[in-house]
Design a protein around this ligand. Structure first.
Ligand code: AMP
Length: 440
């Protein structure tokens, strides 16, 4: 199938050719005709499938065909959970709309309202916003939503996870009832269906991958390791891997910061991206990563949501997410747009239960591969009683440099047999973890 056969405007086709898009991705091929026909749409698609263009292209096609005369007021609203995703959607939209007279503004928190107010005042066709900041503008009457006839809820599942439901309801209540609503979500969990039932009109459903599944071209690998040795194993993996850039996931902001410090001390160029960082710091870290100035980006789940980095060869889960669905989101960063990818998870005994959840969700066994020198003192458990960390639990404190094997044993708590105690490994010989040479 070609973009031409979808009936998109020549100005869009030109922009797509300039972007190097040869043909629509499956979600684009399925969604674009439905949106062009004016139907509401419920689309199951994860990041990396080309979902942004799936809604942006038909939207721009319509907006470009009916240019506004006189002062512009927003006609389309795209709601998205994070600032990074909002900025990225705006970038994509501008690239696709470069030969059209369609203007957009992006609105998110963490930066001053002034420039956003000015952009809205100058007049735009599309507003891309995170819910909280949009409500600020609604309260200050600096945004006019009375002309919105298309609403896109992007990453709707994540918006619900992040507690945006009350904000969403408030925004939806302020929009004209007669509108087209497009909802994109990586998964079709029950709350998404409920949202759709409440706010959409007989939506058509499009799902290019079975719900809760992950891109086929991603290989999954688990390295079992004692929690206390995870940092050294990470360093080892990063040093062994010749690929340029790696995204590493950390469950906590504090953990992400500590990991970056550790990697930097080992000579790697790394940066953290999480909710406690200023918007400027997040933007800079992402730009440095995309520009190849840093090799390792350590991110928390929420901050990483929606980051678009082309063809990332590998993502590493330094620790597993508490919620199995987040694993799907995390690994959506690799194997993107048809490229092969590797999702590597460093899993300690206390995370066995989380690994079990992920295997169940994916309905797939993940290859468990021990790394020489980092064999765990207790094997992972995948039975019903598998242990899992308590919510909000801090990561176990790693040993001091060089103390992993020969230092005083630390208890990992939560009933783990052996708990990182080298003497608890029975007859099993524990070798000292290798310390790899630092990468420049
Ligand atoms: P998304 O899922 O919207 O975040 O898109 C993932 C990546 O695929 C982005 O880098 C897009 O620029 C790229 N992309 C989207 N559609 C196409 C296409 N039809 N052909 C090639 N790349 C695409």
């Amino acid at each position: 199938m070609s973009f031409e056969s979808l009936g998109l405007a020549p100005a869009l086709l030109r922009a797509l050719a300039e972007q190097g898009y040869a043909e629509p991705t499956p979600i684009q091929a399925a969604a674009i005709p439905v949106v062009l026909e004016g139907h509401d749409l419920l689309a199951a698609a994860q990041t990396g499938t080309g979902k942004t263009a799936a809604f942006a292209l038909p939207l721009l096609h319509r907006l470009g065909a009916t240019p506004q005369r006189g002062p512009r007021r927003p006609r389309a609203l795209v709601l998205t959970p994070t600032r990074e995703l909002a900025a990225q959607i705006d970038d994509n939209l501008r690239a696709y709309a470069r030969h059209l007279q369609v203007h957009s503004a992006v609105i998110f928190g963490g930066v001053g309202m002034g420039p956003q107010v000015q952009a809205l005042r100058r007049g735009v066709d599309v507003v891309i916003a995170t819910p909280g900041r949009l409500i600020d503008h609604m309260q200050q009457r600096t945004v006019d939503l009375s002309g919105i006839d298309t609403l896109v809820l992007d990453e709707a599942d994540r918006m619900l996870d992040m507690g945006f439901l009350p904000a969403l309801k408030r925004i939806l209540g302020a929009l004209p009832a007669s509108r087209q609503t497009l909802l994109f979500s990586a998964t079709f969990a029950a709350p998404i269906k409920a949202l759709a039932l409440q706010f959409m009109r007989r939506p058509r459903e499009v799902s290019v991958t079975p719900p809760n599944s992950v891109a086929q071209r991603i290989a999954h690998r688990v390295h079992p390791v004692d929690a206390a040795n995870k940092r050294e194993l990470l360093l080892h993996v990063l040093s062994e891997d010749s690929r340029r850039q790696t995204l590493v996931f950390s469950r906590t902001k504090h953990g992400a910061d500590k990991l970056v410090k550790y990697l930097e001390q080992a000579g790697l160029r790394a940066a953290a991206i999480h909710g406690n960082k200023s918007q400027n710091a997040r933007t800079r870290a992402l730009a440095d990563f995309k520009g190849g100035r840093i090799g390792v980006l350590v991110a928390t789940d929420i901050a990483a949501r929606g980051i678009d980095i082309d063809q990332l060869p590998m993502v590493i889960n330094f620790d597993l997410p508490m919620v199995a669905e987040d694993y799907v989101h995390r690994i959506g960063r690799t194997g993107r747009a048809g490229a092969d990818g590797l999702a590597l998870s460093l899993v300690s005994h206390d995370e066995s239960g989380l690994l079990r959840d992920i295997r169940k969700l994916l309905d797939q066994d993940l290859a468990i591969v021990e790394v020489a020198g980092f064999e765990p003192s207790a094997p992972l458990r995948l039975d019903a009683g598998a242990p899992r960390p308590k919510q909000g639990q801090r990561q176990p404190r790693p040993p001091r440099q060089g103390g992993a094997a020969q230092g005083a044993p630390r208890s990992h708590g939560h009933g783990q047999p052996g708990g990182g105690n080298p003497h608890a490994a029975g007859n099993r010989k524990r070798r000292r973890p290798r310390r790899p040479a630092a990468k420049a």
